[in-house]
Design a binder for this molecule. Structure first.
Ligand code: DAH
Length: 339
């Protein structure tokens, strides 16, 4: 077996030397290489023989293989050198020419905000979770305790597929997915795209981004929620920002609140952006409704949680002083280049 292999390799080696010596262009050199060590090359084709070589002969066989391959490399180098002399004068590079400038892309402002939010919450011990944009009615509404006649379920407001699934209208779906997949304690944020049948204008789009937060553990209180949101406000917008919570209603939280940040444009004195109120509506939040916990088989007697959800575009517009939501999806370089 060994002898047969050595004989074949010997023959091929003779051919290698001839072939490269005869090559008269870069293409011919490349072809010669493929012919011997390419995927279907004659040396490559002998590799399966290795399996049949008796154990004691394997080192010798391996050595012969390596030598054949090394010969290909050596002959190729020599052929290149030989040709190089005649080729280089025609293909020489003018090193005095100025370099070509490669246009560098920039991060989309929405992506920047998502990354920054995730970084802030990571520092507070949250991990980042993801969920799909196409969702079931169960994950988007039922399990989130949305009453059967809740307006957001209406096909006038939500995009449905023929099979009954939908484009998620909120990232709250990831709360359900996470709680079904893992046991408490749970501490996640989940950024992503949402879809609603809105008529696009300066502050509404058919698709937009939210970031969801969920913390489920023993003894979680409203104070934990408030301090987490305050810490986020200060990290994202700066130390001077204060927050306030106003009672509100969401099906998946009880009690629920809307959280306002003191206006980041005027510092709370009142301006056009905050409509002279000194406050900006930023997010919805609350203590996870016990019904939601029951829907995912978590015992509300043992575990409590808080949740929140906020719009990424709104955060981005306030941070970078962008006046119109449509700029985010127009793909205008003059806009995008600024970030
Ligand atoms: N999903 C809500 C919306 O799209 C936002 C929200 C409010 C999320 C309260 C929450 C929450 O997690 O607790 O309007």
């Amino acid at each position: 077996m060994l002898n047969e292999l050595l004989e074949k390799l010997n023959k091929i080696s003779a051919a290698v030397e001839k072939e490269f010596a005869a090559a008269s262009s870069a293409a011919e050199i490349e072809n010669a290489k493929v012919k011997f060590t390419g995927r279907n090359g004659s040396i490559t084709a002998l590799a399966p023989m290795m399996g049949k070589i008796p154990k004691e002969d394997k080192p010798a066989a391996g050595k012969a293989f390596n030598e054949a391959k090394a010969l290909v490399a050596k002959c190729m180098e020599e052929a290149k050198e030989r040709l190089g002399e005649s080729a280089s004068s025609a293909e020489s590079v003018d090193v005095t020419l100025p370099g070509r400038k490669w246009p560098m892309g920039t991060q989309h402002p929405v992506t920047k905000t998502i990354d920054e939010c995730c970084a802030i919450f990571r520092r507070m011990g949250f991990t980042v979770a993801a969920g799909p944009e196409i969702e079931t009615v169960a994950n988007c509404f039922d399990k989130l305790n949305a009453p059967i006649d809740h307006p957001s379920r209406d096909p006038k407001d939500t995009f449905y597929f023929d099979d009954g699934r939908l484009m998620r209208t909120q990232t709250s779906t990831v709360q359900i997915r996470t709680m079904l997949a893992q046991k408490p304690p749970i501490r996640i944020v989940s950024p992503g795209r949402c879809f609603r049948r809105d008529t696009p204008d300066a502050t509404h789009g058919v698709h937009f981004h939210q970031i969801e937060g969920l913390y489920v553990d023993r003894h979680v209180t409203l104070a934990d929620l408030k301090s987490t949101l305050k810490a986020f406000a200060n990290e994202f917008f700066g130390e001077g920002v204060t927050i306030r919570m106003r009672p509100h209603f969401f099906p998946f939280t009880e009690p629920s609140a809307e959280c306002d940040f003191s206006c980041v444009m005027c510092g709370g004195k009142g301006c056009r952006v905050c409509k002279n109120s000194g406050w900006l509506e930023i997010l919805g939040c609350g203590m996870v409704n016990p019904n939601v916990l029951r829907n995912v088989d978590i015992d509300p007697e043992e575990w409590q949680g808080f949740a929140f959800g906020m719009g990424i575009e709104r955060l981005t517009m306030l941070k970078y002083r962008i006046g119109d939501l449509r700029l985010f999806s127009e793909n205008d370089f003059r806009f995008l280049k600024q970030f």
